[in-house]
Write a protein that binds this ligand. Structure first.
Ligand code: KG4
Length: 338
């Protein structure tokens, strides 16, 4: 039997990415990152992101096809991130996927970006249900329970800023550059958590609020400078990282027990964080829960994860018409509504 070939496109933020799978196996994974172009603004500029996706999509597609040694007429379905993400950026990927599906008369598969982040773990280990997914990125912070494949229930989320956004804003006030997660993670290892900072974990349930922590750190840095006092940057990074990640891990542990999960999956850009990875690896096995920790290439945005989830969506017959639009605020539970 011929093995199904899926070509997937991702353009929800600042990575233009195309990946190809055959029989679920990854043949190519081309990523064109715009980070260098956004660095001078200290964050992603949405309009610039859309323009760069338009410039980069064709050669990224060409690279993925050449790397996989696949022709467009051999592709069985075209998958694309429909949301959540930046509206203009999403439109570029969607337009490319629609055009290809139309020309080659093949199904168009609409893919939820965060659900795909969770499915990235399948490149290292099969998902085991029920599972808890800790989805932490520049735009999202969610605790998701999955009872089975393609079943998502958000039990907790941030009420304001995402954890990655908080890392980036703290890095900005400390002049550590963009994106802020990597330098803070690196400096935190050389410091001690001596600063007392407010926890982003809300008292009840599984929700978070990161804006209070962000504002507290920004005020602390500005006030210390104004008083002409010395700031211990490694210690501040260690304190920030500890309070931010501890909140995620402690709520995750509580949720994992309440929902009796077998596995915990970490997903999204912040899942590259060394302290989060070591805490999950240390704490969850102690309560008999298997950690699924994807390699770093799987954590940040790419299209391999879009293709992985698209294979499951294809089996369910989740195909879109050519009037498909993007949804910057698409909820994970609504992934069948498009
Ligand atoms: O999922 P992602 O690639 O894209 C967006 O959601 O935009 O996540 C990017 C985020 C950024 O906020 C970045 O600072 C953060 O992931 N990040 C990290 C680390 N590496 C990247 N945060 C904490 N520790 C890291 N090692």
């Amino acid at each position: 039997m011929k093995e199904r070939v899926i070509l997937a496109i991702e353009s929800s933020c600042d990575e233009t990415a195309v990946a190809i799978t055959k029989g679920g196996n990854l043949l190519s994974n081309a990523v064109s990152s715009q980070i260098a172009m956004h660095q001078k603004y200290g964050g992603v500029m949405p309009e610039l992101a859309s323009r760069l996706h338009t410039e980069n999509i064709a050669f990224t597609l060409d690279t993925a096809l050449k790397d996989a040694n696949v022709r467009l007429d051999e592709v069985d379905a075209f998958a694309v991130t429909r949301g959540p993400g930046l509206i203009g950026a999403l439109h570029v990927g969607l337009q490319a996927a629609k055009t290809l599906a139309l020309i080659y008369n093949k199904p168009l598969i609409p893919v939820h970006h965060l659900a795909a982040h969770i499915y990235a773990a399948e490149y290292v280990t099969p998902l085991k249900f029920p599972l808890l997914a800790i989805v932490v990125s520049g735009g999202n912070t969610e605790l998701v329970i999955m009872e089975d494949h393609l079943s998502f229930k958000t039990i907790g989320e941030t009420k304001d800023d995402a954890i990655g956004e908080c890392y980036d804003k703290v890095a900005r006030v400390l002049n550590l550059g963009y994106p802020g997660g990597i330098p803070i993670d690196r400096l935190a290892k050389t410091g001690e958590a001596t600063y007392k900072l407010p926890s982003p974990a809300l008292k009840e349930g599984y929700d978070f609020s990161f804006s209070g922590l962000k504002t507290h750190v920004i005020n602390l840095v500005n006030n210390t400078k104004q008083r002409g006092e010395e700031l211990n940057v490694p210690n501040l990074c260690a304190s920030f990282q500890k309070v931010a990640i501890d909140a995620i891990v402690s709520k995750g542990l509580k949720a994992a027990q309440e929902y009796n999960v077998k596995q915990v999956v970490i997903a999204g850009g912040v899942s590259a964080n060394s302290y989060l990875r070591s805490e999950v690896l240390d704490k969850f096995p102690k309560i008999n829960i298997e950690p699924a920790i994807p390699p770093l290439w799987c954590c940040t945005d790419q299209a391999a994860m879009i293709a992985k989830l698209a294979n499951y969506l294809f089996d369910e017959g989740i195909f879109a018409n050519y009037d498909l639009g993007v949804d910057p605020n698409w909820e994970i539970e609504d992934f069948r509504n498009y």
